[in-house]
Design a protein around this ligand. Structure first.
Ligand code: MLT
Length: 258
């Protein structure tokens, strides 16, 4: 049985669209997008230690990915369209590598296939250790990187909301996720080995400073699709422009469901 909290905002019948959230947010991140996807059986999942999913000691995105597959099976589905934003994308790619047959389609938003360079990995371990030592507000410095310049300048409510989510991000989840992301391998070869013609979406905010054009292009090349770039949005494009993200996910879903 899955230990993950699985949230369905409507009855799940037929092919589910599974949404995996960014770090250090939780599945509520997807709510503005889900509201714009009536009629699609969307499922939002909380990562270990976030939202309603209990913390996990052992780090590893691969175990989380296996648990997502268990959750899909428990919904009575053989396959799902799995879309993840940033950390959620890392997990979608782990599923693509380990259990490609479960994917009817894949959505990779604000993410990358590359592993971390050593300095980034060291910073993750440092944050994990800090938060376990009881240091507070460790995720707050991420705020500027998570939102695009346009949102930071013109959306004070969104800035406040994301700041609050960073301030209240759970310590156990932060430590688990940072160690898990630090240990993740490069997944470009795994992505390139995806079944020919797998419906795929690679999407980025044009103002994302955390994931580059090249990161998106590499994943798009591996999957044989074009990058969808959303203007005036940054890393948390699903919060910054839910309409465009919902439109792109609906198009991906339609391609998978036909
Ligand atoms: C995220 O948004 O999930 C994070 O920025 C991912 C990361 O830290 O690599």
């Amino acid at each position: 049985m899955t230990t993950l909290a699985v949230h369905a905002d409507q009855p799940v019948e037929g092919l589910p669209l599974v949404l995996l959230h960014a770090f250090p947010l939780d599945s509520r991140m997807w709510e503005p997008v889900v509201e714009l996807l009536p009629g699609i059986p969307v499922v939002r999942i909380d990562a270990p230690g976030f939202g309603d999913t209990p913390p996990r000691g052992e780090p590893g995105l691969e175990a989380y990915a296996r648990d997502v597959v268990v959750a899909i099976r428990e919904l009575g589905a053989d396959q799902a369209v799995v879309a993840g934003l940033s950390m959620g994308g890392y997990v979608a790619m782990a599923i693509a590598e380990a259990t490609p047959g479960v994917l009817a389609g894949i959505g990779l938003l604000s993410t990358k296939a590359a592993a971390d360079a050593e300095p980034a990995r060291a910073k993750r371990y440092e944050m994990a250790a800090d938060v376990e030592r009881g240091k507070t507000d460790v995720a707050l410095p991420m705020l500027d990187g998570l939102l695009g310049q346009t949102s930071r300048q013109s959306r004070p409510d969104l800035v406040d909301s994301v700041r609050e989510q960073l301030r209240t991000a759970p310590a156990a989840g932060i430590a688990w996720a940072q160690r898990s992301m630090a240990a993740r391998p490069d997944r470009l070869a795994g992505l390139s080995a995806s079944p020919e013609g797998l419906p795929a979406l690679v999407l980025r905010g044009a103002e994302d400073t955390l994931m580059s054009d090249d990161d998106a292009a590499a994943m798009a090349d591996a999957l044989g699709v074009e990058v969808v770039e959303i203007a005036a949005a940054g890393h948390l494009v699903a919060l910054e422009d839910p309409e465009s993200v919902a439109g792109a996910l609906a198009a991906l879903y339609r391609e998978c469901a036909t």
